[in-house]
Write a protein that binds this ligand. Sequence first.
Ligand SMILES: [Zn+2]
Length: 220
Amino acid sequence: MVDHGPRTGDKVALTFDADMTDGMLASLRAGRVKSYANLRILDLLERERVPATFFLTGKWVQRYPDVTRRIAGNPRFELANHTYGHAAFTADCYDLPRLAVDELAGDVAKTFTVMEPYGGRQTRYFRFPGLCHDPAALDALAPLGVTVVDGDVVSGDPFATAWKPLVRAVLDKVRPGSVVIMHVTEANAAMTDEALPHILAGLRERDLVPAPLSEVLAAG
Ligand SMILES: [Zn+2]
């Protein structure tokens, strides 16, 4: 289990979670929501050649196969696992519906099965929904050989209504080795693409360089 890489050097990891629940799929189907895939984030990262790591849920991959292909096709992007349907892996996790302990490993394994055909830079990194975990959840996942990655810099982008607080939250805390948590879910994180150029500029000012998560965790 890791929160960040070594505090030496100049690398930081920008990570983007791609949540998808049945409730979110229902909102898309009903037309209440336009998109949970923020293509402006991808446009910016690609244009600026910025490495990033995407924690994908299986249901997001199935809803957005073309976007997943685009992520997998970028040699600067890594793919990681954020469960199949963003259910809670512990009690009391942001009102998310909870999976039973004996369902946890299967849920994560299924997500790898959904993701792996897309190729690209697949990893064994895993992030719990809401970062909620306990010893039972960690035990359940041990056979899968995943590395659990939380992060040490929480942008607070879900349901944000302004971009400046996100920029401040990231730049106040970011240091060498940091793992920054953001979301690529557009309707549920509508300010992230507006904050991102300012975050990238702030990293440059601090001589911090975005790198794929595997490189940040291995640096030193
Ligand atoms: Zn999430």
